[in-house]
Each structure stands twice: as C-alpha cells, then as structure tokens.
Design a binder for this molecule. Sequence first.
Ligand SMILES: [Zn+2]
Length: 285
Amino acid sequence: MSDIEENKNHENEDTTELNPPVDDAPSVILEYFEDEIQSSKPKVTEKLMTFYRLSKIDQELFEIEEEKGDLPDVIEKMREKVTEMEKDISEKQKLVIDLNSEKDKLTASNKKTEERVTKFEEQKYSAKNNKEYDDIMKTIDAGLQEMEGFEKRVKDLTNEIKAAIDSNTELTAKLEEMKNDLKEKEGTLSELDENYKSEEDEMKGNYDTLLKKLDTEDKNLYLRLKKMFKGEVTAIVRKGNCTGCYNSIPPQKVIEINAAEKVFTCESCGRILISEDVIKNNIES
Ligand SMILES: [Zn+2]
C-alpha cells in the first residue's frame, strides 16, 4: 500500500518504478524510452485512470440495467399505448354524444314533418278544386319523402352509435387489462430500482465527478466508445494482449502503452488500452 502511494506521489519523477522493464526487451530501447519520458513527455496516467474508473462504473451500471432487462422499455411503450387507448375511448365517447344529438334533432324534425303531413292529409278532403288538391298531394308526397330520408338517417345513426358503444366496451376492457399488467410491471421495476438505488446514485455521483476531469475531446472519445462497448471502454494490456478482444499487441506498442504518455486504442477492437502495471500502481486500496 505504501509503495503504491509512493508511486502515485512521485509518478512524474519516478518513471522506472511505474514502467518496469517489459520481459526481455533490449535495454537500449528501454533507455531510449526512459530518456524520452524524463526529458519531455508528460504522463497521461491520471487521464488513463479516469477512463478506467469511468469504464468500471459504466460496466456496473450496465449490469444493473441488464438485471432490469427490457422492463423500462416495455413499461414506457405500455404507458404510451394506455394514453393512446384512453384518447381513442374519449374520442368515441364524444362521437356517441354528437351522433345522439344529431339523432335527436332528426327525430324532432321528423315529428314536425309528420304533423304537417297529417294536417295536409286532413286538408285534402276539403280542397276547393283539383289544382288545390294536387298541390296538397304534392306537399304530402314531399313530406313523406322527407320522412323516409329522416328515418333512413336515424337508422344509420342508431347503427353507428351502437358500433361506437360496442367498440368502446371492448376497448375499455382491453384498457383495464393493460393497466393491470402495467401496474404489475411498474411494481417489479420499482422493486428493482429500490434494490439498486443507493448503489446507482453513488456510482452516478462518482461518474459525474470523474467525467468532469476530462476535457471535451477526451469526454467525447469516452462517450463514443461507451456506446460501442456497453461501458467496457478500457481494456487492460496483459502479457502483450488486449483483454478486450484478446488480440496481441506488438511489443513496441506495449512499451509505449506502459510508458503511459499517450492514449492508445486497440487496433483490433478500438478500446482504450491501459497497462496492467499502470492500473496496479494507481488503483486505490
Ligand atoms: Zn482490443
């Protein structure tokens, strides 16, 4: 523990401790790199560790999300469907009201026409001449025709009203069923949320703090890779291999990665590569 702290405190000066020689690499190359490190290039260790810690958090968050499965998505879609169905039902209810009021108006008009026809039916017997009689008969015929039209429309309206009511009954039953199902799923999710809430809150807090340490360019790189790798943004370089994709990394590159002067991504998978030693020397506890 004290060794690690020592390294952390002096990471810019004590480069040999941080970057132990790699296997049997020729010493000239090592010297060359050590010189380079000491003379000019600043370390990006902290940045790499920030990537590494962010990635750890993201992986854990993704695991929690996996546990929740597609529940949040399913619930969201069901909520949308419920809203849609409720809208449908209320529109149909409004339609029934409108159709009923049209039907009432027609029934009233029909009644008036019927009364008029009855009146003329009586008048036809007291017609003074043929012309008057013909006129009365024409009026009666027109009235009867009007009534026929009214009756047909009223019949159509009655059918439309019945169809709307039937469809609403069916929709309402379906809606009730869906609401119950939704309630059950929401219950399951909120139970899961409760189980993980404090854990998630803490992780998200740490995540935000870490993310603020990165400049815009690094942040964008991280967030882009995060989407690609479900949070597994960094990969440890162990025994010359990328632990993200298990492809081997050229020895020269391994040395550079150990030197931690630049951010390297894996040529095969694209993850940010971090030397196992850099992590060992910089991870707390
Ligand atoms: Zn890789």
